[in-house]
Design a protein around this ligand. Structure first.
Ligand SMILES: NC(=O)c1ccc[n+]([C@@H]2O[C@H](COP(=O)([O-])OP(=O)(O)OC[C@H]3O[C@@H](n4cnc5c(N)ncnc54)[C@H](O)[C@@H]3O)[C@@H](O)[C@H]2O)c1
Length: 271
């Protein structure tokens, strides 16, 4: 018997990195999984790799309609929804307040908060009725940056702190109906992208730290697979009384040492 036998889950940003690991582990643990993914090539790759165990919707977490479509497709394909995982995110490559011209800051905020915060809120809203019917669970991906400075710039760090509040509020509002919890991973080499408004969208975190990893080997470096058991546990009936909890799996007891932020691109001015 597997931990997630007969469970039906929906994962946003399941096309690569942590989301893809979650999808694969959930399927291996007996679940069937819907995915909302913006990148059509990643979506195709996922469907090709996992076949009928996944139902992929190509769409954007910033769109209410796309979130609703992903919930409907998952339920059509697999039946009542048990688990919603808000996971799709972007980073700011640690761009500091003084690095971002004031005329660009509003666009950069919209780029990052639109995905990292609004995307989670819309996903939760689209899934909540189905989850109330099944007495299901929401799980949100946070970060060490939800608790500590230095894991991003002020945009990313504040967005992940915002999700701590979202989890607490939703756990309170939905108590007894839907469990609402989070997992906070730490650094992992993935395809995590930056912000178009900061000229960062062409590079990924994995590209940036890949050279260091290649040079130093992988000792001590975590991978997405190191974090997925937190999601499996929170989604399983073993956590049926766990509500409003956040698993800090990043393993950091203090903020990371201050490091120079590699220049990603010249920051273009926005009106
Ligand atoms: N990589 C790290 O070091 C790290 C550390 C802590 C937390 N996280 C968090 O983990 C989560 C997953 O990131 P990852 O590192 O696996 O990166 P990733 O880029 O590999 O995965 C994110 C996925 O989300 C998709 N996506 C991005 N914007 C989208 C949108 N608007 N609509 C739909 N899909 C969209 C991407 O195409 C991608 O498949 C994020 O919330 C991130 O903040 C990452």
């Amino acid at each position: 018997m597997n931990a997630l036998d007969a469970k039906v889950a929906l994962v946003t940003g399941g096309g690569s990195g942590l989301g893809r690991e979650i999808v694969e582990r959930f399927v291996a643990q007996g679940a069937r999984v819907g995915v909302l993914e913006r990148d059509s090539a990643k979506a195709e790759n996922l469907s090709a790799g996992l076949g009928s165990a996944v139902a992929v919707t190509v769409g954007d977490v910033r769109s209410a309609r796309d979130n609703e479509a992903a919930v409907a497709r998952t339920v059509d394909a697999f039946g009542p929804l048990d688990v919603f995982i808000g996971n799709a995110g972007v980073w700011d490559f640690g761009a500091s307040l003084v690095d971002i011209p004031i005329d660009t800051l509003g666009c950069a905020f919209d780029d990052l908060y639109g995905i990292n915060v609004k995307g989670y809120l819309l996903g939760a809203r689209a899934a909540v009725d189905a989850l109330r019917s099944s007495r299901g669970v929401m799980i949100f991906t946070l970060s060490n940056a939800a608790f500590l400075p230095g894991g991003g710039g002020p945009l990313y760090t504040s967005s992940k702190h915002a999700i701590v509040g979202l989890i607490r509020q939703l756990a309170y509002e939905l108590e007894g109906q839907v469990r609402v919890n989070g997992v906070a991973p730490g650094l992992m080499p993935t395809d995590l992208r930056g912000l178009p408004s900061l000229g960062q969208d062409a590079v990924s975190l994995g590209d940036l730290i890949g050279e260091q990893l290649d040079g130093a080997g992988t000792a001590g470096v975590r991978s997405a697979g190191d974090y997925v058991m937190g999601y499996v546990l929170l989604a399983s009936s073993g956590a049926r009384v766990t509500n409003g909890a956040i698993f800090e799996m990043h393993g950091m007891l203090s903020a990371p040492a201050r490091q120079p932020v590699p220049p990603v691109a010249d920051v273009p001015a926005h009106g």
